[in-house]
Design a protein around this ligand. Structure first.
Ligand code: ADP
Ligand code: ASP
Ligand code: MG
Length: 412
């Protein structure tokens, strides 16, 4: 019997009507002879509401209780989806993460999946059940506490289940009909891609394109899961979405595949740091211990033994970074004049495998931003991406200008 994984994101289960529509799609796959594992997110807005309740309750909350609260949205949709399918005459039941049990690491709020035992669900399929509805985003820790997989984590539940159960395909149903050259909310010129390479999708996701959680792409790449992104609202026949696949399976491509943006970045500078061996370790060690996700790092050339060190991190980690750095200063581990936080920046990135073999891509990006009068504050590059920090007020303009400059509106 062939097995399909179908994941429905928040907007795809936002109302009971949406759930019925999604269940209808599942029913059609069952009618075509497939067993289906359905992964559901919480109803649109529900996870944000739950996070808000946690923040309003306690500023220094226990991450284990955060997970207990925030994971609950998915429990509701899993039950509702199973009921809807049953009403349609489709044999279905729901599973919460702990019932499988979907085992994760102990890293509350950002746990990683370690193991998904398949026996129980496979046994139910053997008995005639047609659909297993699994609550996304959640699991259970080695200490038997509820964990969550980080925002957007239901994508990862879906791909991990597809790998564990050997599904023929993992379909991610969302509110756009595929992966675009950039976020279609930023420019109407964004173009849907038929295919995108795992490496490119991995970079786009980690640089802010939230259509897939980064970890889900990593898993799909590692376990060679056939991964598709498509709309839960579109017409069925023309709704082929975007296939995330191996680089070799894509014949023609632009040098740049897409433009990503990440809105909520901050730039922090330690002004006039006493430069000596070990200074970077003395700064970034405490930041790592404080759980600050440092992204870009720039150290200027020292003059008279002093230098500026700049790094970027998510805006909501600025407080934690300040506390960690000031503590290191008080302990005499670092010596600097001033710590300056710029919280009005965003990160804009261009991504493309073609960059490996074409020179001048970064130069073209910088010239495009210059022509728009946009000042670049920090730059980083890797083999297949270039990222810059710019003032947040230029975010849309920068994305649109780069999208135009690299001709992404038109197919190759
Ligand atoms: P879901 O609730 O289904 O998980 P998400 O909101 O997490 O959906 O992800 C879908 C959103 O991702 C889209 O509405 C779109 O605004 C955004 N997005 C950002 N970058 C891209 C891109 N390159 N292609 C498609 N969507 C993108
Ligand atoms: N509901 C969770 C979130 O909003 C997980 C997900 O939807 O993927 O982050
Ligand atoms: Mg999502």
């Amino acid at each position: 019997m062939s097995l399909l994984v179908m994941k429905f994101g928040g907007t795809s289960v936002a109302t009971l009507d949406c759930i019925r529509r999604a269940a209808g799609r599942v029913g059609r796959e069952v009618a075509a002879g497939r067993d289906v594992i359905v992964i559901v997110s919480a109803m649109a807005g529900e996870t944000n509401r739950l996070v808000g309740l946690v923040n309003d309750t306690s500023s220094m909350f226990d991450a284990r209780e955060y997970d207990a609260v925030v994971s609950s949205g998915e429990n509701v949709t899993a039950g509702l989806m199973a009921m809807t399918l049953q009403d349609m005459g489709v044999p279905a039941r729901s599973w919460q993460g702990w019932q499988i049990p979907l085992r994760t690491t102990l890293a509350h709020t950002a746990a990683r999946i370690e193991d998904i035992p398949t026996e129980t669900i496979k046994g139910k399929f053997a008995e005639g059940m047609k659909v297993a509805v699994v609550a996304g985003f959640q699991g259970i820790s080695p200490e038997d506490r509820i964990t969550t997989l980080g925002r957007g984590g239901s994508d990862t539940t879906a791909v991990a289940c597809a790998a564990a159960f050997g599904a023929e395909q993992c379909d991610i149903y969302t509110d756009v009909d595929g992966v675009y050259t950039t976020d279609p909310r930023i420019t109407s010129k964004a173009r849907k891609l038929e295919k995108i390479a795992f490496e490119e999708m991995l970079e786009l996701a980690s640089l802010g394109a939230k259509v897939l959680q980064t970890r889900s792409v990593e898993l799909a790449m590692r376990y060679n899961v056939r991964l598709r992104v498509l709309s839960s609202f579109g017409d069925n026949d023309e709704n082929t979405g975007t296939l995330v696949c191996a680089e070799e399976d894509i014949v023609e491509r632009h040098v740049v595949a897409g433009v990503a943006h990440s809105r909520d970045e901050a730039k922090m500078t330690l002004v006039s740091v006493a430069d000596r061996p070990g200074i970077a370790a003395a700064i970034f060690g405490p930041l790592a211990e404080a759980g600050v996700n440092v992204d870009m790092i720039v150290q200027n050339i020292a003059e008279e033994g002093r230098t500026d060190v700049t790094f970027s991190c998510p805006i909501d980690q600025v407080k934690g970074a300040e506390i960690a750095i000031n503590a290191a200063r008080e302990q005499g581990e670092i010596n600097f004049h001033e710590l300056v936080a710029d919280i009005d920046v965003c990160k804009i990135s261009i991504v493309g495998i073609g960059m490996r073999s074409y020179a001048g891509v970064a130069a073209k990006m910088f010239a495009t931003l210059r022509d728009e009068g946009i000042n670049i504050k920090v730059i980083t590059t890797s083999e297949i991406k270039v990222s810059v920090l710019v003032d947040r007020k230029y975010m849309e303009l920068a994305v649109q200008a780069l999208h135009d400059a690299f001709g992404l509106e038109h197919a190759v």
